[in-house]
Design a protein around this ligand. Structure first.
Ligand code: PMV
Length: 328
């Protein structure tokens, strides 16, 4: 099955007539506590394992889309019209091809974000989710959030999780067409669960997560244990979240991230997102825990670190990491 077939199936019976303008929509970014790493279907972005994330509702991407009378799309990012041949514009136009209900529909996409792009801060997650939300408004689709989550997954896997502002699960699903591989909210209200960013660099990562995953699945002997362990973490973490058991959730999140990075570093050649500063931050976290401070970390496909801690210890965590940026 290809992406177009999935889109056609989901949009059967929906309006093919675009309005003039979607208005600006927002999608939050999300940070996985149980990571998605590795695909069972590279075309439809179907994951090897289910994953679980926390949304960062104040960080994300704003997008507006309109139909223009032009021979090609216009992609604007941060108030700049991108050259058609830029990688970013090409990716967006290729994704929009899936939704061009008339050959002559060309779109103007205006997008802005308050997180750096491709630095391991899930910019593609909120980017594709916002694009799907904007398209849904432009065409006035009557779709559930689960269906929107499936459409966004076709842009980037983790985008499936960017439609809610709390703890979210993305079911890996078993079907070949991926219609059971969508995300949903756990409806857990837990404002004391804090996430803070430790920026090591805003530079774009040298290896995309797409390529990193592929290489890991193909060449890392350690990857063999990942799908089973990740699925077990996914189940146990949900129970710990329901119990509001901070240390269990955060300890599992840190271990899950470390195992994911171990599988990458075991690939040939290694997929290595770590920088000296990332490791120094990890060591500080471990030292703080030896002093009984409940602070943990997670890390994605980039060198930046995300700290996890209960709101009650914010002052102590800030004293140890004066540059931290509170993210929720
Ligand atoms: O959705 P992608 O292709 O950007 O991959 C995301 C991979 C991780 O951020 C490392 C893990 C995750 O679950 O978000």
């Amino acid at each position: 099955m290809n992406k177009q077939q999935v889109v056609d199936q989901l949009l059967a019976g929906q309006s093919c007539q675009a309005g003039q303008d979607s208005g600006e929509v927002f999608a939050p970014t999300n940070i996985a506590l149980c990571k998605y790493w590795g695909k069972r279907d590279a075309t439809l972005h179907l994951p090897q394992n289910s994953s679980l994330s926390i949304a960062l509702p104040a960080l994300g991407c704003w997008t507006r889309i309109s139909v223009i009378d032009a021979a090609q799309d216009e992609i604007w990012h941060e108030a700049q019209c991108l050259p058609v041949e830029s990688g970013f514009a090409q990716k967006i136009s290729a994704f929009l091809d899936l939704f061009r209900t008339r050959e002559d529909y060309h779109f103007k996409v205006q997008t802005r974000a308050n997180i750096p792009i491709a630095a391991g801060l899930a910019s593609s997650a909120c980017g594709y989710a916002a694009l799907i939300k904007a398209l849904a408004q432009l065409f006035a689709w009557q779709l559930s959030r689960q269906d929107l989550s499936i459409l966004a997954r076709l842009g980037s896997g983790s985008a499936a999780r960017s439609f809610w502002s709390d703890f979210v699960v993305w079911h890996k699903g078993l079907r070949d067409d991926g219609m059971d591989s969508f995300a949903e909210s756990l409806s857990i209200d837990w404002p004391e669960f804090k996430v803070a960013l430790l920026m090591v660099t805003e530079a774009q990562k040298p290896v995309s997560s797409r390529e990193g995953m592929q290489r890991t699945v193909k060449t890392s002997p350690l990857y063999r244990i990942w799908p089973t362990k990740a699925e077990a973490d996914f189940m146990q973490m949900q129970a710990a979240l329901q119990a509001r058991d901070f240390c269990t959730v955060a300890a599992m999140a840190e271990q899950n991230a470390l195992l994911m990075h171990a599988t990458m570093q075991n690939a040939v050649p290694p997929v290595d997102y770590w920088q000296t500063a990332s490791v120094a931050h990890m060591q500080t976290v471990w030292a703080l825990r030896r002093q009984a401070l409940p602070v943990y970390f997670t890390m994605d496909a980039g060198p930046n670190i995300k700290l996890l801690f209960p709101a009650a210890v914010l002052d102590q965590v800030r004293a140890a990491f004066p540059t931290l940026q509170l993210a929720n």
